[in-house]
Write a protein that binds this ligand. Structure first.
Ligand code: C2O
Ligand code: CU
Length: 463
């Protein structure tokens, strides 16, 4: 019997060597239909009832879409949910009309409605798709999946595994999803954090491996608010890409891997544990040393480790130049519990923080709660833009730019890796720069989805 305490503390010793069937049967092609549906899955341990979720094609995670670089993705989205919805293709340098942001790039698709997504994927890498209407609810109910764009020449690995990390807020008695998606506390603090952590919808994900086998692990943080802090045990390797984009050189994993909501990391790892042992992806942020995913070692693939992997080929036309002549903007992030915000504009009217709290709105960008009529940045195609962001709040935020990747500009002008989501801690000031090469209206928001829902959302315009 699994007790309530055990349920909440799960993950500490998940050693069950359970081989998974993988994604057999999933529709992985770039074309066809994709349906948002209600479904029930065995998320909690078997002694619990199945959990009612919302999933793409009734599965969770949704079907893994795997295409080659440059391919065309055509998916006719059918909404069979009781709520309007849309699909955003996170991290893709996409045609703006296909970006899936309900209310900005398309109307939300009503129940029974359909929208034909049709776009090219210019960049290889690890991306994901998720609901982008009432996301704090719809993503938390399970509406997400991986979108994998393969390099035309795949790196030399034995296996390629997608690991989608999430935490679920479940009723510990019934294993049903907590239906309060706009809790005042979650919105005003760190966001909606779950009490049940899973990988690919499995709390006990386990994949058999062999010693010296080389795996590409594609980590995707699909959680509403949790920052995953991860380490490797019984395996050793390199980070080769972040937010889909290759690093110039593989970086040895020597410190913890920190993934804010929306962020991805591609690792190439070699199994170093001995046959009979179990390697783990380890979660550090709570319950020191919990297993996020287990890799029981059942034999040896070869006697020795392989040489350091090559870097992945760079994606086309990725460069941040023209910083000297860039148009510059500044963003002050304010609000939340224990913050300094005393008033902000909500729906065109100035409100005291007390009034904002009464309206269940907590966050402001440059003094305005939520979307403004005019964009934060308005540039013409090909221009370079820089944005200085000050996190004047007591909480971390994962700032996601749609449609383009940016690089962080360090204090001495050095450029960080290409990313689409910047994790910022309270009190930090950070600067990003990007070439606005993709025309359209692009959302820029906190990927702590309860924060986005209560004010942390703005947009940029490229004409
Ligand atoms: Cu991954 Cu605006 O979202
Ligand atoms: Cu936030």
């Amino acid at each position: 019997m699994i007790t309530r305490r055990h349920f909440l503390a799960q993950g500490a010793a998940t050693t069950a060597a359970l081989a998974l069937p993988g994604l057999a049967g999933a529709n992985t092609a770039g074309f066809g239909e994709i349906r948002a549906q209600k479904a029930a899955i065995q998320l909690a341990p078997a002694s619990y009832p199945r959990t009612e979720i919302w999933g793409y094609d009734g599965v969770m995670p949704g079907p893994e879409l795997r295409v080659v670089q440059g391919a065309r993705v055509q998916r006719s989205f059918l909404n069979e949910l009781p709520q309007a919805s849309s699909i955003h293709w996170h991290g893709i340098r996409i045609d703006n009309a296909m970006d899936g942001v309900a209310g900005l790039t398309q109307p939300a698709v009503e129940t029974g409605g359909r929208f034909d997504y049709d776009f090219l994927v210019p960049d290889a890498g690890t991306y994901w798709y998720h609901a982008h209407n009432r996301s704090a609810e719809q993503v938390a109910r399970g509406l997400y999946g991986a979108l994998i764009v393969e390099e035309s020449e795949a790196p030399d690995v034995d296996r390629d595994e997608v690991l989608i990390l999430d935490d679920w807020l479940l009723d510990p008695e019934t294993a049903q999803i907590d239906p309060d998606f706009s809790s005042r506390h979650d919105r005003s603090h760190a966001g909606r954090r779950g009490n049940f952590v899973a990988t690919n919808g499995r709390y006990d994900l386990s994949q058999e491996v062999r010693q010296n086998e080389r795996l590409r692990l594609r980590l995707i943080n699909a959680a509403n608010a949790r920052i995953f802090v991860l380490a490797l045990s019984g395996m050793d390797g390199w980070t080769v890409a972040l937010d889909g984009m290759p690093l110039p050189q593989p970086e040895p994993v020597s410190e913890a891997i920190v993934l804010g909501p929306g962020q991805r990391a591609d690792l190439i790892v070699d199994i170093t544990a001995e046959p009979g042992e179990t390697a783990h992806l380890v979660r550090l942020e709570d319950q020191e040393g919990a297993s996020q995913a287990a890799f029981p070692v059942i034999g040896q693939a070869s006697a020795d480790r392989r040489a350091t992997p090559l870097s992945l080929p760079p994606n086309p036309g990725m460069d941040v130049t023209g910083l000297d002549a860039a148009s510059h903007a500044r963003l002050n992030m304010q609000g939340g519990a224990m913050g300094t915000l005393d008033a902000a504009v909500l729906n065109g009217e100035r409100k005291s923080f007390r009034e904002l709290v009464d309206a269940n709105e907590f966050w402001a960008f440059n003094g305005t709660v939520g979307m403004t009529d005019t964009p934060l940045i308005n540039v013409s195609k090909g221009e370079t833009a820089t944005l200085e962001i000050y996190n004047d709040t007591s909480f971390p935020h994962a700032m996601h730019l749609h449609g383009m990747h940016f690089r962080e500009i360090g204090k001495d002008g050095d450029l960080g890796p290409f990313r689409d989501t910047l994790l910022m801690f309270g009190g930090e000031t950070r600067t990003i720069g990007f070439v606005a090469d993709n025309p359209g209206d692009w959302l820029f928001h906190c990927h702590m989805l309860s924060h986005a829902a209560s004010g942390m959302m703005t947009w940029m315009k490229v004409t």
